[in-house]
Structure formats: structure tokens, C-alpha cells
Design a protein around this ligand. Structure first.
Ligand SMILES: N[C@@H](CCC(=O)N[C@@H](CSC=O)C(=O)NCC(=O)O)C(=O)O
Length: 284
């Protein structure tokens, strides 16, 4: 697989790099960012996958979250993919911020014309993991996942649909129950067809938590109280907490953060805690 380095910057003793590559799952070229901590020069390190939210590329997290300091401290590699296929010439792909480009929702589309390219779930859980372990000094199979908003939901469904694949999972302000929220309903209608198709529940974290039957798992959810999208009921974390409470294989911890909004100022305030949390599992 042809990996092309787009950029490389030294930061906190490690390297923040961006690569592009042709993706089989998405049938287009994709970019991802990767932070390689100092110790990755001499040994293999574990990986934290970060999934960003609506409108993001691989760049937002890298330049705004301030994660590299903590990744260097804990010697964890962080991989951040773009949030959708790009430039695939589908009608309407760039028309709105919450569907199409920048809004892949980390699922596998089943509807025309999206299904040829919009397979972010397969990309994140299969192709990217294989690509990273084949090309970088990482411990195969030692990975966790985290994300924000649409990407927080992506992290949750990747973990809930693949028991044991990730050592830990956490989410900042995730869209926790998309089938009951306007963002999710619009995206699922477009990518999966009508609610009556019966496919929506397979891609909804709250529905997946209700039927989860894998190894015991903790879901760490973070939420700002002054997040407008939370107030507008786009996020609905309480629904996920309620579903997980009825499933004795899941423990869902919801951390409310007084006064914080939905932005990267909020993420930057708590990313150190989340990386520390994942490091306990990844470096165990
Ligand atoms: N454009 C919209 C909302 C866009 C927005 O807030 N995007 C968030 C993620 S929201 C859920 O997935 C984001 O991360 N933006 C990028 C950033 O760098 O802040 C609007 O303006 O209302």
C-alpha cells in the first residue's frame, strides 16, 4: 500500500506526521494524521485512534486539542483519520456540513450513491488498523479509541460492535443516540435508507449498548453542561447511560463538565485526562 508523507513536525520529542494513501474501502485517496511519541524510535508503542466530528479533517484534532504533550508523556501513538471520503464526485456531497464530505458518521452506507465510498466503519476498524500496524512501530492489537461528537459516537460503535478489539473507549460529547436526534436521522436516512429498513439500530450506540453481549467493557463519556448541541438534544448521553445501566456487561461513566461547550477549547481541557485513562489500559 503506497503511503505518502504529506508533512512532518517535531513536537514534544516525537513527530506529528500526516500521510495520504489510496483506500480500498473508501475507493479514494485518504489522509490521516499520526503522532509518534519519542520512545517509538526504539520500541513499539500502543495506539489511540481519535475520530473527529462534523466538518473536521485529520487536521482539527492535531492543531487544537493539545494531545501531543500527553501522548509523549505516556508514549502512545495517536492516529486521527479524516472524517469522510473526499472528492468522489457524488451529487450533493459538499452541499451541507452534516451529510456527505466531513460527515461520514463512521458507518457503512447501504444506499446509492453513497455505498461505493462511504464505508468509514470498515476503514477505521479494519483497513486503517492493518495499515498502521504494517507501516509504523506499534504493538499489533494494542489499541484504544476515542472521539468527539460524531466521532465520539463513531468510537462507541466501533467498540460496541467489536468486543475486545479496543482496550478502552471514551467519547467527548458523543451523539449518543443518533436515531433519536436530528443529525443522526438525516445521516442515517441518507446512508442507510428509511428507518423502516431496519438498519438504523445496527449503527446506534444506545441500541447497541442495550444488546451488547461481549466482554465486560467500560464506556467513558464526557459532556459539557454549556454545550448548545447537548441543550438542543442532538447528543442525548442520558439515553446511552440508561441503556448501559440495564446491561451488566457494560459500565457507562458520564462525566459532566460544568460550563464547558462543544468546542476544542473543551476537548483541550480534558484530553490529558482521557489519554491518561487510555494509557492505563494500553500500557498495562
Ligand atoms: N458548522 C456547524 C457545526 C460544526 C461543529 O461544531 N463541528 C464540531 C463537531 S460537531 C459534531 O460532530 C467540530 O469539531 N468542529 C471543528 C472545530 O475545529 O471546531 C455550526 O457551525 O453550527
Amino acid at each position: 500500500m503506497a503511503l505518502q508523507q504529506v508533512s512532518c513536525n517535531k513536537i514534544f520529542g516525537g513527530y506529528q506526521k500526516v500521510f495520504s494513501h489510496p483506500s480500498k474501502e473508501l475507493a479514494c485517496d485518504m489522509k490521516f494524521a499520526i503522532y509518534l511519541p519519542p520512545e517509538s524510535e526504539t520500541r513499539k508503542v500502543p495506539v489511540l485512534y481519535w475520530l473527529s466530528g462534523l466538518t473536521c479533517t485529520e487536521e482539527n484534532f492535531v492543531i487544537k486539542a493539545g494531545a501531543q504533550r500527553y501522548a509523549a508523556e505516556h508514549n502512545i501513538c495517536i492516529v486521527c483519520p479524516d472524517t469522510s471520503p473526499r472528492n468522489v464526485n457524488l451529487p450533493g456531497e459538499d452541499d451541507s456540513y452534516d451529510f456527505g464530505s466531513g460527515a461520514g458518521f463512521y458507518l457503512n452506507a447501504t444506499q446509492e450513491p453513497w455505498k461505493k465510498h462511504y464505508n468509514m466503519y470498515n476503514y477505521v476498524t479494519k483497513e486503517l488498523i492493518a495499515l498502521i500496524s504494517e507501516n509504523f512501530p506499534v504493538v499489533p492489537g494494542k489499541q484504544s479509541i476515542c472521539g468527539h461528537s460524531m466521532g465520539g459516537h463513531g468510537a462507541l460503535i466501533c467498540a460496541l460492535k467489536n468486543p475486545g478489539l479496543y482496550s478502552s473507549v471514551s467519547a467527548f460529547a458523543p451523539i449518543s443516540n443518533p436515531i433519536n436526534a436530528p443529525w443522526g436521522q438525516k445521516a442515517f436516512q441518507g446512508y442507510l435508507g428509511s428507518a423502516e429498513s431496519g438498519q438504523w439500530k445496527e449503527w446506534d450506540a444506545t441500541e447497541l449498548a442495550a444488546v451488547y453481549n461481549g466482554v465486560p467493557m467500560e464506556l467513558l463519556i464526557d459532556q459539557g453542561t454549556e454545550d448548545n448541541f447537548y441543550k438542543q438534544k442532538q447528543l442525548l448521553p442520558e439515553n446511552l447511560v440508561a441503556a448501559a445501566a440495564k446491561n451488566d456487561r457494560l459500565k457507562c461513566v458520564l462525566q459532566m463538565r460544568e460550563g464547558y461547550d462543544h468546542s476544542y477549547f473543551y476537548i483541550a481541557s480534558f484530553i490529558g485526562e482521557h489519554i491518561g485513562y487510555h494509557a492505563k489500559f494500553l500500557n498495562a
